[in-house]
Design a protein around this ligand. Structure first.
Ligand SMILES: C[S@@+](CC[C@H](N)C(=O)[O-])C[C@H]1O[C@@H](n2cnc3c(N)ncnc32)[C@H](O)[C@@H]1O
Length: 247
C-alpha cells in the first residue's frame, strides 16, 4: 500500500471517533465556539459569508462559524466516515452546513463559490502539494475573499511530549520534507512539513496578500485525558493564525 493510501486509511479509521462520539458532538455543536483569536479576526468579515471548510474533520467548527455570522458552510473531507457524521448532525440540527467527500487539493467545486476559506487545526500538514492546494483555494474564493488558517506551528513536529522538560526530538528536523506521524491518527500516516517562510511564500505565489500572521504559545488542541507536554508551557510557539486576502 502506498504512503498516500496508508494516510487516507488512517484518517478514515480515526474518523470513526466522530461516529462513536456522535451524541457528545451533537451536544457540543449546540454551543460550539472558535478560539478567541479566531473570533476576533473573523468577526469583521464573516457576516453572511459563504464559507468553505477544507478538511472539515468532525465539523464542530462549522457550527461555531454559523454562530459567528456565516450564512452557510460547505465542509470537504476525504473521509466518508467524517463527512457522514457531520452531515447527519447538520441535518438533525437543521443548520446550513453541507459536507462533500473530495480529495484535496482538488475539490470539484465551481470557481469563485466562497467568501471565506476556513481551515487548519491539523490540516495543512496532510497536503503533499501545497502549491496546488493554495492555487485551488485561490480559485474557489471570490475576488476580495479571505483565506483564514489557524494551524499547528511548523515547529510542532519537533517538540517532544515529555511532561517534565521541553526538548527537540532527535529524529525530526525543521527543514525535513516529511515524517511519519506517531500521535494521531498515527498508523503510518505521513505528514508533509513546511517552514513558516515556505507557507507564506506559497500563499504569495498563489496570489494571496497577507493581512495577519501571528504565533501562539498554546496548541490548537490538547489531549482529552489531561496529558500535558512541557513544550506547551507558554515558552514555545505551538500555533499560528493567518489571514490572507485573494487578489
Ligand atoms: C486533524 S483532522 C481535522 C481537522 C479539522 N479542522 C477538525 O478540527 O476536525 C484532518 C482532516 O483532514 C482530512 N484530510 C487529510 N488529507 C486530506 C485530503 N488530501 N483531502 C481531504 N481531506 C483530507 C482527514 O480526513 C481529517 O478529517
Amino acid at each position: 500500500m502506498s504512503t498516500h493510501e496508508d494516510t487516507r486509511r488512517a484518517w478514515d479509521e480515526a474518523s470513526r471517533k466522530h461516529v462513536v462520539e456522535y451524541a457528545e458532538h451533537l451536544e457540543q455543536a449546540r454551543t460550539a465556539r472558535l478560539w478567541p483569536v479566531e473570533e476576533e479576526l473573523l468577526a469583521p468579515l464573516i457576516d453572511d459569508a459563504e464559507v468553505l471548510h477544507p478538511q472539515s474533520g468532525h465539523g464542530l467548527d462549522d457550527h461555531a462559524l454559523l454562530r459567528l455570522g456565516a450564512r452557510s458552510v460547505v465542509g470537504i473531507d476525504y473521509s466518508p466516515t467524517a463527512v457522514g457524521a457531520a452531515q447527519r448532525r447538520a441535518e438533525e440540527l437543521g443548520v446550513p452546513c453541507r459536507y462533500e467527500v473530495a480529495e484535496l487539493p482538488d475539490t470539484g467545486l465551481p470557481e469563485a463559490c466562497a467568501d471565506l476559506v476556513y481551515t487548519g487545526k491539523g490540516a495543512l500538514i496532510w497536503m503533499g502539494d501545497l502549491d496546488a492546494w493554495a492555487a485551488e483555494m485561490h480559485r474557489l474564493l471570490r475576488p476580495g475573499g479571505h483565506l483564514f488558517v489557524y494551524e499547528a506551528h511548523p515547529l510542532v513536529p519537533l517538540w517532544s511530549w515529555d511532561a517534565t522538560e521541553a526538548w527537540v526530538r532527535s529524529d525530526r528536523s525543521y527543514f525535513a520534507a516529511s515524517h511519519v506521524n506517531d500521535t494521531f491518527p498515527a498508523r503510518g500516516a505521513t505528514e508533509h512539513q513546511r517552514t513558516l517562510a515556505q507557507l507564506v511564500m506559497t500563499l504569495q505565489r498563489a496570489g494571496f496578500a497577507l493581512q495577519h500572521l501571528a504565533e501562539h504559545p498554546d496548541p490548537f488542541w490538547m489531549p482529552e485525558d489531561g496529558e500535558r507536554a512541557a513544550a506547551w508551557d507558554g515558552r514555545l510557539p505551538n500555533a499560528i493564525s493567518l489571514l490572507a486576502v485573494r487578489s
